[in-house]
Design a protein around this ligand. Sequence first.
Ligand SMILES: C[S@@+](CC[C@H](N)C(=O)[O-])C[C@H]1O[C@@H](n2cnc3c(N)ncnc32)[C@H](O)[C@@H]1O
Length: 241
Amino acid sequence: MKEQLSQTLRQTVADLIPGAPLGWSDLPESGGLRGFFLDQEAALRPLPADKVDLVMREPPFWTLLWPSGELLCRRLASHGQLVQGKTVLDFGCGCGLVAVAAKVAGAARVWAVDCDPLAILASRLTALENRVSVDVAENADQIDAVDLLLLADFLYDQTHMPLFYSLQARANEVLVVDSRLTELDLEGYSYLGTSLGHAVPDLDPHREFGRLRFWYRGSRGAEWKGFLGIPTPVAQGVHEC
Ligand SMILES: C[S@@+](CC[C@H](N)C(=O)[O-])C[C@H]1O[C@@H](n2cnc3c(N)ncnc32)[C@H](O)[C@@H]1O
């Protein structure tokens, strides 16, 4: 099964971007997670002119872990208690590694949803490689309610807003992590702050998109701030001895 999935994905990328291999990489600081990513050198090479349109039309987002996904995988490895026992939906899951990280961290059930059928194959493969079970689907139609909705580098595309409204209504908690979105002014959502992340492979050595922003809706804002590594300011006038 794993061999068949990896072969299909390798062939797809070889047809799309000649000379750009996919392979397994260990994700640093993630407790040993492994992802099936585009080769770092190939990822930075300019696309052949005759392939640009094709890649733009059907971008293979699943060939990398986006900056928000990278940060979530890292933090889930060290602060997994926030997802333990929870039902989690990773919507726009791409390669599926965030969903896998949530399951490894102790989530009771994890959905990995992406409209790209190749992302679905990649997520299945990633779950198999990391030896966890994740439910994958091309849409959220069959998902009634979840404890936590994760949107990692999904909401920067404003055309996703109608879908977002429908998804958030089914979740007790929502965490939006984004490397491109700068504002999310919605009732019930708190801006938590920023932290740093990078894609794997790293497509952004100058860190144009390295600063991630977080928004949260739910009752555990302080815990999520700790999860994300955002310092909590000490109240003015209060001095600890
Ligand atoms: C920028 S990628 C982020 C992938 C992943 N969350 C990460 O952090 O690595 C956005 C993903 O959202 C998916 N997507 C876009 N529109 C979608 C939709 N309407 N339903 C489900 N997935 C969608 C894309 O196929 C893509 O895999």
